[in-house]
Design a binder for this molecule. Sequence first.
Ligand code: 3NM
Ligand code: MG
Length: 514
Amino acid sequence: MDLSLYFVTGRELLPPGKALQGGVTAVQIREKNSDTLEFLDIARQSKILCMKYNVPLIINDRIDIALAVQANGVHLGQTDMPVHVAKTLLPTGMVIGVSCNNMDHVRKAIEDGVDYIGIGAVWGTTTKELTNPIIGVRGVGSLLQALDGTFIKAVAIGGITSSTVLRTLHGSVSPSGHRLDGIAVVSQIAASATPRSAAQRLKDSFEAWVHGFDVQNQTVQVYDVETIKNGVVELLQVIRDKNPLIHQITNVVVTNQSANATLALGASPIMATASEEMHDLSRIPGALLINFGTITDKDSMILAGKYANEAQKPVVFDPVGVGATQFRKTTASELLNTWQASVIKGNPGEMAALANSKEVQAKGVDSVGSGFADPASFIRELARKERCVAVMTGPTDWVSDGTTVIKLDNGRKILGDITGSGCLVGTCVATFCAGASLLATALGTNPGTESEKLVRGNMLIGAVGGVLALTVAAECAAERIDVHGSGTFLPALIDELYNLKPDTLLSRAKVHVL
Ligand code: 3NM
Ligand code: MG
């Protein structure tokens, strides 16, 4: 059964079946406020319509109605008839689907041997009053992992629209690579004035994404040190030639020095925070940095990331001090559930907090302790889980895209003596990712085949470039005879970014590919 575009509806399906013409692949009739006779009548007519389009019909909750109209299956909520009882009433071959909101539900569904699960609500929804918590795309991803090795299909439901569909699909993948088999929607189709094109749009998004997902999983890029170093130098040139706009919503401590570092690299900073301007800024080529060292602009952070995803621009997330307070933790979750980060950057304490690992503890915004026993595996797993490039800074910096791990050994201890050196890494990473995005666009990567992606360009090289630029410039600055301490180090660091030469980068960069 093809669940790729699963339309959950009631009488709205009738009469002309416009949604079916738009490519709906399965229909569920869900009538919460009608009498049995009325429900039966809607189900009968729906059955005729679905047969005409050769689409399976599933009945919500009512086993008797499903039997009466010879539907293809039933969908059962957690408070409906238990699956094992339903199985005694239904003929073999009838599909059974179950709504799941948490891991206990999923485990039970597997035990019961259902055919598919509907995971929700992935976003908020106005269609039904939710009695369970909203899961978020990352939550859906972790539930999907439990289905590894089973034949049970999974769809996500709740608040899926043309503007959330890509984020839903992209984010709802388990660390093991288990993806959704489809999306289930109500209002995006049912409440649309043009249900046929609403369905068509969702279907197109799904198909493009599945195609991209498969291609991505089949092509593993193998990196060597030279390719990486040359890639970084190329990006520095792109930045200086094209001056991308680096929109930064960052903290009050580092705003000025971050803007100066951006300029020094050859890009243009804008430190805008008003939510009213987030959409306009997303249309200008470049990248977005979200650093929540001081969280006063949460709504703008949410909007900016969403728009950047829509514009296929890199989003670099620096969750400063995420382990320090519950508010930071829930905010990080909320942000990452709303948009897809291209790169997440943090110190070991922050990365541990994001991964819910107890191995490294955080104190305030600084990490304490020496780090992870196996940083390479940790960073690879985190990148895989968050579906982005992960950067962990420290005396040694670690960068991974979930497959390749790159270890970088540049920098000087004095970086730890100025405030916001980590934030500067985030700024430089955003700047180089902007370079990577512009390079991909200039190379004319066909937008048609890239439309399923949330970002263009090689974010791994971008992340490595940002880290290298800052740490190599720090080495040059620390070695200057006019630098006597942290006070003279900071302006020297900006100078060295300003004067950074490709040859210096190439000769100093200590890059190891694992
Ligand atoms: N079940 P829309 S959310 C029917 O969480 C249903 O199990 C949900 O409607 C769940 O696509 C939902 O309009 C409504 O947001 C989904
Ligand atoms: Mg129900």
